[in-house]
Design a protein around this ligand. Structure first.
Ligand SMILES: [Zn+2]
Length: 271
């Protein structure tokens, strides 16, 4: 399988349900990081039933109890945010929780130590422009993402865009020169591919092609918020178009939860 792709969505808002149904329409799945203390706290948040329903097809991870900046918490509070959110969600879904998404993507070595102690197998940040090569996923407690999945408009000069996206293309075009990267991006911009969803389709095509040529196995991770996609008609249509594209490539792209990718990377199953 040349390409493994992970979707993850943060915060545990009600729009996760509609987004999950859209994924399932195309036979796809995701990891939903739920703010455990917000479950059942009104109509904008997921109910316990919603979280249980999601856990049937998708992975549920913790996004802490109250979404604090973990780096700023005293020890006692830090332990409670990590441990109690995990326990609460495990009660709701009647399965083990393996993963955490750091609120605001913020963590440090101190926080990481407590995440491990609380029994998590991995934690995801929001640091972007990552692509996994040949099963190497890096430190499982500071997982990065490839791109945020929101209706981002890539504005600014071409040079700005090239600078921002350079790390992706250094990995994707492993053996190529930066002049190729520039001309590729320039042609994409000329063709009007200025939004994230079209850009992701391009990354997928490039990586499939690259992996055919070099027998390299790639992993990408797309992260977002369901409300940003589901409450914006244009974004929703583009997202669905991306899902249709991915499911049409089912022989080349396998969509996995983060837990499944970590398990395969470490070649062990988690309880
Ligand atoms: Zn969040």
């Amino acid at each position: 399988m040349p390409l493994h792709l992970m979707f993850s969505f943060d915060d545990g808002l009600k729009t996760d349900v509609a987004l999950a149904k859209l994924l399932e329409k195309y036979g796809l799945k995701a990891t939903f990081f739920v703010t455990a203390g917000k479950v059942d706290r009104g109509f904008v948040w997921l109910s316990r039933e919603d979280v249980y329903w999601l856990s049937d097809v998708h992975e549920i991870g913790s996004h802490t109890l109250s979404h604090p900046n973990l780096v700023k918490l005293p020890e006692g509070k830090l332990i409670r945010e990590l441990r109690d959110s995990k326990l609460l969600l495990e009660q709701v879904i009647d399965k083990r929780i393996s993963g955490l998404a750091y609120p605001y993507g913020i963590f440090n070595e101190h926080v990481k130590k407590y995440v491990m102690r609380a029994g998590y197998k991995y934690a995801r940040s929001t640091n972007a422009y990552w692509i996994g090569v040949n099963g190497f996923i890096g430190d499982p407690y500071s997982l990065r993402v490839t791109l945020p999945l929101y209706p981002l408009k890539l504005i600014g000069s071409i040079q700005d865009i090239v600078n921002k996206l350079r790390p992706i293309f250094f990995r994707a075009y492993l053996s190529m020169h930066s002049s190729d990267i520039k001309s590729f991006l320039t042609s994409m911009i000329r063709r009007g591919y200025l939004d994230t969803f079209a850009f992701v389709k391009n990354i997928i095509s490039v990586l499939i092609e690259q992996s055919r040529r070099s027998k390299t196995h790639y992993v990408i991770s797309l992260w977002g918020h369901s409300w940003e996609i589901m409450l914006d008609k244009d974004a929703r249509l583009k997202f669905e178009d991306l899902l249709a594209f991915i499911s049409s490539l089912s022989r080349s792209v396998e969509v996995l939860t983060i837990r499944e990718v970590i398990e395969r990377a470490s070649k062990v199953g988690f309880e």
